[in-house]
Design a protein around this ligand. Structure first.
Ligand code: BDR
Ligand code: CA
Length: 315
């Protein structure tokens, strides 16, 4: 088996972020070197506490956790408490207090740049929240950030659909200035968007069946407790007892790129106020154009990914 791929995870936990972190932390395919946290689904403090909470539940040698930007670069703040609970952890944070882990003193943006400088060409950055931390790192030291081998972003959509508005996906809508800067940077970005993540639907019944056969312990109980409201929201909003594994699929794509088929596209994000705010546009890249491009996920091997996810998370 090849050596695990070294990764940094930038995240705003968030229930699907928590599932993505469990997937990455338990997978032998990747080695999580650090977790950087950004405000998104809830405040940066709540997101940071959730990152520590899940590390304690997974109970492995924990990577360092760095708190990052509290506000987007864009003028207004958007949260998703209605999806993830006021605490971003499905309302279970009081029942599952952080016991002993602490954050590092450095800011997430400094830590990201520091890792990039110290490991040129080695690291994969997986960004699971608004791109504020990544855009700040890009602004502060683009040459250092260019040391990152690849950036896998959960955001946007390859077919123009949205989940906050009909045209905009949450992470790009939350900080369109940051999203625009990163996807137009020319860095080696792969976007894993709603057109594929909404195909990786995990049903409550299937998840609970696998949880039931998982070893009894803290992680099993935490996953059972925290994910309930996520399934409830999907049921209430879409009338189906299954939730899309947005952020876990981005981790899956970094673990095994053959899970997605990508297309090289010239992309943009609308960063103006109005009905198109946060919308990602994507045009196939012509050979002659020198516009910056990124890889956009267009197809996913959904069932293969779901099997892998359950195997690693509950196995
Ligand atoms: C994205 O929005 C957030 O609510 C999720 O955590 C995910 O990163 C999906 O649009
Ligand atoms: Ca997220």
């Amino acid at each position: 088996m090849s050596a695990p791929k070294p990764i940094l995870i930038d995240t705003d936990p968030g229930l699907d972020d928590l599932l993505a972190l469990v997937l990455a932390l338990r997978s032998p395919a990747v080695d999580v070197r650090a977790i950087t946290v950004v405000a998104g689904n809830v405040s940066v403090d709540a997101c940071t506490a959730n990152a520590l909470r899940i590390l304690e539940a997974v109970d492995i040698n924990p990577p360092p956790v760095f708190r990052g930007c509290a506000k987007p670069l864009s003028p207004s703040v958007t949260r998703a408490e209605h999806v993830h609970g006021d605490d971003g952890a499905g309302g279970v944070s009081e029942a599952w207090p952080v016991q002993h882990l602490q954050i590092e003193s450095a800011h997430a943006v400094d830590a990201m740049l520091d890792f990039a400088r110290r490991h040129p060409g080695e690291l994969t950055l997986i960004a699971l929240g608004p791109l504020t931390n990544v855009a700040m790192a890009l602004e502060q030291d683009p040459a250092a950030l260019a040391n990152i081998r690849e950036i896998v972003v959960m955001g946007g959509s390859g077919d123009g659909r949205g989940n906050v508005t009909p045209k905009a996906e949450f992470n790009f809508y939350s900080d369109p200035y940051a999203a625009r800067a990163v996807i137009r940077s020319g860095l080696p970005v792969t976007a894993v968007g709603l057109n594929v993540t909404e195909k990786t639907l995990l049903s409550r019944a299937r998840f609970h069946e696998r949880l039931a056969s998982m070893e009894e312990g803290t992680l099993r109980r935490f996953l059972f407790d925290a994910t309930g409201p996520y399934f409830d929201y999907a049921m209430q909003k879409r009338g189906r007892d299954a939730c899309p594994l947005h952020d876990p699929l981005a981790v899956g794509a970094a673990m095994d790129p053959s899970l997605i088929r990508t297309q090289r596209m010239v992309c943009d994000v609308v960063d103006k106020k109005g009905p198109d705010r946060g919308m990602m546009t994507a045009e196939p890249a012509g050979d002659a154009s020198d516009a910056p491009t990124m890889q956009v996920a267009m197809e996913v091997a959904a069932e293969r990914f779901l099997g892998l996810f359950l195997e690693v998370v509950c196995g």
